[in-house]
Every structure is written in C-alpha cells, then in structure tokens.
Design a protein around this ligand. Structure first.
Ligand SMILES: Cc1ncc(COP(=O)(O)O)c(C=O)c1O
Length: 384
C-alpha cells in the first residue's frame, strides 16, 4: 500500500481551494462563461460590480480594484507622491512586498520590530525607528502597519505617534481582508488600505488581483488614473506617469461569486482556529486575538522553542501534513533589504519569531476529522 492509498497518511491540503471550488459548484463556470460571451476582458462590467460589492462589504466609500496587492501598495505610494528622501516605516516581520514597493517608489523603508503577542507592528519600536530615520537624514513620511496572518494591527496604539509625527498610514491588509478591529472592518482603519486577492488569501481569485480601499475621493481618483497609465479625460490623455495595473474582468467575475460565500467562510475559519487553540494550547504558543479584534486566519501560526521546528515539519510531512514557515528570515536580514535602516534597538522579536514560528493547514473547509489528524500527528511528533 503506498502513501496515497493509506487514509492515515493521505496528503492533506495546506489551503484547500478544490474544496471551495466544489462548494461553489457551477457558479464560477457560469460567471466566467458570461465574460467569455461579452468579451470585455479589461474593465468589463464585472469590475465595477465587484468594486461596489467590495466597498459595501467593508464600509469604505471607494474600492478600486487592481492587478495585485503589490500593485495596490505601489499605486498608493505613487498617488501620495512618496519618494526620495522619505522614510516609510515597515515591520521587519512581513512579506517582502510591503518594503519592496517602498524601494520601488524611491523612498527608504525603515524597519520596525513587531509585538511579541500579536506579531504586528510595535508602537515602541516605531518611535525608535522615527529617531533612526531622522538620524539618517530622512523625512518620516508614512507607516505601513501590516495586518499579519489575518489579524489587524493595533491602529489605536500607533495613533498618538502618527498624529505627533504627521505620518500617513497605509494599511497593508493583504492577509486580513474581512477582519475587524474595535467594531470596524479592514478597509476603514487607515486613510487608505491595500489588499490582495492572491489565490491563497482569505478572499482570493484564480490568479493575481488586489484592491485599494479608501474614503478619500481625491486619492481614489488619482489611483484610478494611475492604474491606467495615468490617464486623464481618456486613455490617450496622460496626466501622470502610471502603470498598467487593472484587475482582469474574469478575476472580478470570480471574486463576485467568492465574496458571496466569504462571510460563511470567515465563520468556518474562526471555528477551526478555536479548535486548534483548544487542542494545541498545552503544546505550543498558539495565536492570541486581542479583545475587540477578529482575525480571518490567513495563517494559523504556532510558536515552538527554537530548534524543534524542523523535526516537527519532517514528522508531519511523513504523515502527509504540510506546514509552512512565514517568515524564515525577517526583512532586515534579506540580501535585498539589509542595507536599509532598522529601528534603534534592532528587531529582536522579529528575529526570534523567524526561528520559532510554523504555520499549520488552515482554510474554511478544514473538517474536524482532518483537523484531529493534524493535531494527533503534532502531539505524537512533539512527544518524541
Ligand atoms: C503582507 C503582504 N503584503 C503584500 C502582499 C502582496 O500581494 P500580492 O501577492 O497580491 O502582490 C502580500 C502577499 O502575499 C502580503 O502577504
């Protein structure tokens, strides 16, 4: 009997997009077929419908779709004319795109450490990073508090610093669309927010996609122009240097259908996260969601003592259970970013997390028997 025929070691999906596809039935096929019939592949009617649905879902006045979460960040930085000489504060423990777009815009990322309990931007380290930026002759301009693994950053904790330093806040909610913070949805927590619809994200499409969420009409108009080559009155009137960064109509059609089931999926993710916490709390450090916040659990990430993670990942792999490490190296240690400034005091928490975290399978279709199998394997592996 090989590995694929033994149910106890049959491979488990890390994120089960096929299960979601089964639930959606023929809806996606029909939605895509409608686009294939009308042939408006770029900026077709589904793009506007999806943008209206997205704005209604999160409560932002404007939702502007674009080609990816990475482009969403770049479009915002371009629209705000953030560039050379400007310091943009980014967590050291995030996906590279956060800082990458700052560099591409010509500004300087200054790395900030994260909070031990939430893995999100630390207000104390942000204060230190502002001092670092000034010492390096940079203008403190903006901060990008990433909502890591699905949990909103603590926007209130940084508000006094943001106000005192007149920083512009750009939410990077690539991992957290659908989450809440003190009764408000992601998309309304910062003057402008970028999100991603990469297939593995809580709300994902079938390729690349992203959006910008804001109440600021002027900013929205500028972003709309920048995503189509800086267009003015029409496509051949160029008033800015822009990008080609639109969301494909087919992706919008997919997202319209997926957004309809997203509230149910958020509930299912929360149920699985609670079960994990109940069953794993004695074995590892499990994620903690602060009062007043919800997470959409883009990742379910536990912490183990340094040195135990690789053996655990191998043991789980042998049982058909995939794991992932987000992030094995904090950004200030990456070859592409290590020459940029880092907050006074460094980023010791980010460095510790990089050695200790491991993410388990998490999605809206994780049934209880599968989750029990994952937890059972984890207990066995950690008892060794
Ligand atoms: C925190 C963060 N920011 C930005 C991005 C970029 O999004 P995309 O992959 O859609 O370009 C990602 C994607 O993984 C992300 O996790």
């Amino acid at each position: 009997m090989n590995q694929h025929t033994r149910p106890d070691v049959a491979p488990i999906a890390f994120i089960d997009l096929a299960a979601q596809r089964r639930r959606l039935g023929s809806k996606i096929d029909e939605a895509v077929a409608r686009v294939l019939a009308h042939c408006q592949f770029v900026m077709g009617p589904e793009v506007r419908i999806f943008e209206a649905d997205l704005a209604a879902f999160c409560g932002a006045r404007q939702a502007i779709s674009c080609a990816s979460g990475t482009d969403a960040l770049l479009l915002i930085l371009m629209a705000k004319e953030i560039g050379p000489g400007d310091a943009v504060f980014c967590p050291a423990f995030t996906f590279c795109a956060t800082a990458e777009m700052v560099v591409l815009a010509g500004a300087t990322p200054v790395f900030v450490d994260v909070d031990e309990a939430t893995f999100n931007l630390s207000a104390r380290s942000l204060e230190r990073a502002i001092a670092t930026a000034r010492r390096n002759g940079l203008r403190p301009k903006a901060v990008i508090p990433v909502d890591l693994f699905g949990l909103p950053a603590d926007y209130d904790a940084i508000a006094p610093i943001v106000d005192a330093q007149r920083l512009f806040v750009i939410g990077d909610a690539a991992q957290a669309f659908g989450a809440n913070y003190k009764g408000r949805r992601i998309g309304t927590l910062a003057p402008v927010t970028a999100t991603s619809f990469f297939p593995a994200k809580p709300l994902g499409c079938y390729g690349d996609g992203g959006a910008i969420l804001t109440d600021d009409e002027e900013l929205a108009q500028r972003v709309k122009s920048l995503r189509v080559h800086g267009q003015g009155a029409d496509k051949y009137d160029n008033v800015h240097v822009g990008l080609s960064a639109r969301l494909d109509t087919i992706q919008a059609a997919v997202l319209i259908e997926k957004l309809k089931i997203f509230p149910d999926e958020i509930v299912a993710r929360e149920r699985s996260a609670r079960r994990y916490a109940n069953m794993l709390g004695n074995l590892a450090v499990v994620p903690r969601v602060p009062d007043g916040s919800t997470s959409v659990w883009a990742q379910y990430t536990i912490r183990l003592e340094a040195g135990r993670r690789d053996a655990l990942a191998s043991a789980l792999k042998a049982d058909g259970i995939p794991t992932a490490i987000y992030y094995v190296k904090p950004l200030h240690r990456q070859a592409a970013y290590r020459h940029f400034p880092i907050a006074d005091g460094g980023a010791p928490v980010s460095e510790r997390l990089a050695d200790e975290v491991i993410s388990l399978p998490m999605h809206a279709y994780l049934d209880e028997p599968t989750q029990d199998r994952i937890v059972g394997a984890l207990h066995r592996a950690l008892a060794r």
